[in-house]
Design a protein around this ligand. Structure first.
Ligand code: PEP
Ligand code: MG
Length: 576
C-alpha cells in the first residue's frame, strides 16, 4: 500500500530504490539474504567475530583474576565460552548462512531465539535462567559483527540502488557506506546539521531524517522514493509516481549540468570583489570533488573521520599519507586541516570515550585533544610533515578559553622542535587558525589577535551553543534558527572584529553552502566561504549576481531587527 511521510530534508536530490533495514540496536539486527557468491565470506565474518569474542572473554577472565570478584566473573565467563563452543549455537548459525543465505547477525539471533525457547521449557529454575547467558554471548558476537559490516544485499535486477533505513546512523556508519552503491539514507532521528546529515551531503546522497517511527513501517526490499530537497518519502509508489520522480530527477540533473558551465568563471561579485569558494571534505578521496568544481582550496578537512569506525588509532605515518595526499592533489591551493574534532556525535570506539551526560558540552574537539596529548602530538607531527608538500594550514576547533589556544599552540611548537631535531622537513611559515564555534569565542575575538592568522566560523556549532539546541535532536529542530538575531550578530561581529584585528575570516558551517544566506553573508563583509563541494557552483552563481556595495547597508538594517519574523522576511527579500 502506498503511503507518504514527511521528515527533515538534509541532503538534496531524488532517490528511487529498495529499502534495506539497518539497526545498531543490539539484537534488532538487519535481516537480508547474502548473494550465493558471498556465502563463504559471510561464514568467515561470523567466525572472525566469534574468535574476537573468545579473545575478549579470555581477557575479561584475566582481568577478573586479579580482582575480588574473581570466582563469580570467572564462572560466568567460562559459561559463555562453553556456549560459544557449543555446536547448537555457532555451528547452527553457520548452517543458516550456508543453507538459507541469512546474513550472520540474523543467523545468530535466529539460533539464539530457538535456544531461548528451549531453555524456557526447562523445569529447573537455575538452568532456565541460563538463557540470559545465551543472550549475552550472542549480543557480544552481534556487536562485533555490526562493527564489521559485510556485503550489502545484492543489487536488484531492476538496477535500482539501496536505500538505507535506520533508526539512527552514526557518522562513521554513514561514511562506511561510501563505496556501496547507496541511493539514499532515511533515519528516524537526527537534525539537518548532525554529522550524519553532513556526511550524506558530502557523499551527494539524498537523505531525509527525523522520520520518527518510520523504520517500523517499512519492510525490507520495499520500493521507496526520497525527495531529499523537500523531505518527502513515498513508500511502495505505483508506476506513474515512479515515472514522475524519474522525470524530476532528470530535470535536477539538467540544472546541475548547467551550473557546470560556471566551473572556470572567476568568482567575483558585480562590484568586483573576489570571493574565495572552498570545499569541506571528510577524507582524501573527496579531493577529486574539489577539483571537479575548481574550488579555491579546502576550507575544512574534518580529520576525525580517519579515527572513527575502528578500534585502533591511525599512526603518524598513516595520517601523514592522508594529509599529504590532499595537499598534493590540491597542488598549491590552501588545504585547511582541522585537528580531530571527536566527541559529541562523533565518538570513537576507544576506552577513553566514556559515557557523558552532556556530550556536546563535554570533552570534545580541542578539549579532548588536550586531554590526550599523545594522540594530539601524533596528529600535529603528521600535519607538520605533510606541510612540506603544499599549502597546509592547521585549524583548531571549538576554542572557548585562551588557555586552550595557548596550550594547543605550545604543543604545535613542541612538535616543530621535535621535527627539526629529527631533520624532518615542514613549512616553517605554516598558518595556524581557530574555529569560532562558541559564543564566548565570538564575543572575545581579541584573544585570538597575534596568536592565529585566520578564523573560521563553524555556524553549525555556533548556532547550537548560542541557542542551546542539540543539533542532533529532531525534537528541538524547530528552534534551530540560523537567522536568530543573536546568531546573526555573533557572525557579523566575528567577521568585522576578526578582519579589523588582521585575521582573515571564513565561514565553514552549513550556512556557507546555502544559497539563501549568500547575500546576507556577503553583506556582512564575508569574502571566504567553505562548503560541500557539491554546492560550490550554486553559491558561485549567487556571488556573480551580488553587489556588496548595495548589500552592506541593507544587511546592517537586518542586524538591527529584533523580531525573528521580520528578519526572515528581510533575508528572503535580500536573497531575491
Ligand atoms: C561547525 O560547527 O559549523 C563546523 C563546521 O564543524 P562541524 O560541523 O564538524 O562540527
Ligand atoms: Mg563544529
Amino acid at each position: 500500500m502506498t503511503f507518504t511521510v514527511h521528515g527533515l530534508p538534509v541532503s538534496q536530490g531524488i532517490a528511487i530504490g529498495h529499502a534495506h533495514l539497518v539497526s545498531r540496536a543490539l539484537l534488532e539486527v538487519s535481516h537480508y539474504h547474502v548473494a550465493e557468491k558471498h556465502v563463504d565470506d559471510e561464514v568467515a565474518r561470523l567466525d572472525t567475530s566469534v574468535a574476537a569474542v573468545r579473545k575478549e572473554l579470555a581477557a575479561l577472565k584475566d582481568t577478573a583474576a586479579s580482582s575480588q570478584a574473581h570466582g563469580e566473573v570467572g564462572a560466568f565467563v567460562d559459561l559463555q565460552l562453553i556456549m560459544l563452543a557449543d555446536p547448537l549455537l555457532v555451528d547452527a548459525a553457520r548452517r543458516l548462512i550456508q543453507e538459507r543465505r541469512c546474513n550472520a547477525e540474523w543467523a545468530m539471533v535466529q539460533q539464539m531465539e530457538h535456544l531461548v525457547a528451549q531453555f524456557e521449557q526447562i523445569e529447573d529454575s537455575y538452568l532456565r535462567e541460563r538463557k540470559a547467558d545465551v543472550v549475552q554471548v550472542v549480543e557480544r558476537v552481534v556487536k562485533d559483527l555490526v562493527g564489521h559490516p559485510g556485503h550489502l544485499p545484492p543489487r536488484r535486477r531492476d538496477g535500482l540502488g539501496t536505500i538505507i533505513v535506520a533508526h539512527d546512523l552514526s557518522p562513521a556508519d554513514t561514511i562506511g557506506f561510501r563505496d556501496h552503491n547507496i541511493a539514499g539514507f532515511l533515519t528516524d532521528i537526527g537534525g539537518p546539521t548532525s554529522h550524519t546529515a553532513i556526511v550524506a551531503r558530502t557523499l551527494g546522497i539524498p537523505a531525509v531524517v527525523g522520520l520518527h517511527r518510520f523504520r517500523d513501517l517499512v519492510e525490507e526490499d520495499e520500493l521507496i522514493i526520497i525527495d531529499g530537497t523537500i523531505g518527502i518519502v513515498i513508500v511502495d509508489p505505483d508506476e506513474s509516481i515512479v515515472e514522475e520522480y524519474r522525470l524530476r530527477r532528470t530535470e535536477l540533473e539538467v540544472k546541475r549540468s548547467r551550473l557546470k558551465l560556471l566551473r572556470d568563471t572567476p568568482s567575483n561579485t558585480l562590484d568586483g570583489h573576489p570571493v574565495a569558494l572552498l570545499g569541506n571534505i571528510e577524507g582524501p578521496s573527496d579531493a577529486a570533488q574539489i577539483k571537479a568544481v575548481n574550488a579555491d582550496g579546502v576550507g575544512l578537512y574534518r580529520t576525525e573521520f580517519l579515527f572513527m569506525g575502528r578500534e585502533d588509532l591511525p599512526t603518524e605515518d598513516e595520517q601523514f599519507e592522508a594529509y599529504r595526499a590532499v595537499v598534493k592533489a590540491l597542488a598549491g591551493r590552501p588545504v585547511t586541516i582541522r585537528t580531530f574534532d571527536v566527541g559529541a556525535d562523533k565518538m570513537l570506539s576507544l576506552p577513553q570515550h566514556r559515557q557523558e551526560t552532556n556530550p556536546a558540552l563535554g570533552l570534545r574537539a580541542v578539549r579532548f585533544s588536550l586531554s590526550e596529548p599523545q594522540m594530539f602530538r601524533t596528529q600535529l607531527r603528521a600535519l607538520l610533515r605533510a606541510s612540506a608538500y603544499g599549502k597546509l594550514r592547521i585549524m583548531i576547533p571549538m576554542i572557548s578559553h585562551v588557555q586552550e589556544l595557548e596550550q594547543a599552540l605550545a604543543m604545535i611548537e613542541q612538535a616543530r622542535e621535535e621535527l627539526r631535531a629529527d631533520r624532518h622537513k615542514f613549512d616553517e611559515n605554516i598558518e595556524i587558525g581557530a574555529m569560532i564555534e562558541v559564543p564566548a569565542a565570538a564575543l572575545a575575538i581579541g584573544m585570538f589577535r597575534n596568536r592565529v592568522s585566520f578564523l573560521s566560523i563553524g555556524t553549525n556549532d555556533l548556532i547550537q551553543y548560542t541557542l542551546a539546541i542539540d543539533r542532533t535532536d529532531d525534537a528541538v529542530v524547530h528552534l534551530y534558527d540560523p537567522l536568530h538575531p543573536a546568531v546573526l550578530r555573533l557572525i557579523a561581529g566575528t567577521i568585522q572584529s576578526g578582519t579589523r584585528l588582521g585575521m582573515s575570516v571564513s565561514v565553514c558551517g552549513e550556512m556557507a553552502g546555502d544559497p539563501a544566506y549568500t547575500r546576507l553573508l556577503l553583506g556582512m563583509g564575508l569574502r571566504e566561504f567553505s562548503m560541500h563541494p557539491a554546492n560550490v557552483l550554486e553559491i558561485k552563481q549567487q556571488v556573480l549576481h551580488a553587489d556588496c556595495t548595495e548589500l552592506a547597508p541593507r544587511v546592517q538594517r537586518i542586524l538591527r531587527l529584533d523580531e525573528p519574523a521580520r528578519v526572515h522576511e528581510a533575508v528572503q527579500k535580500l536573497a531575491g
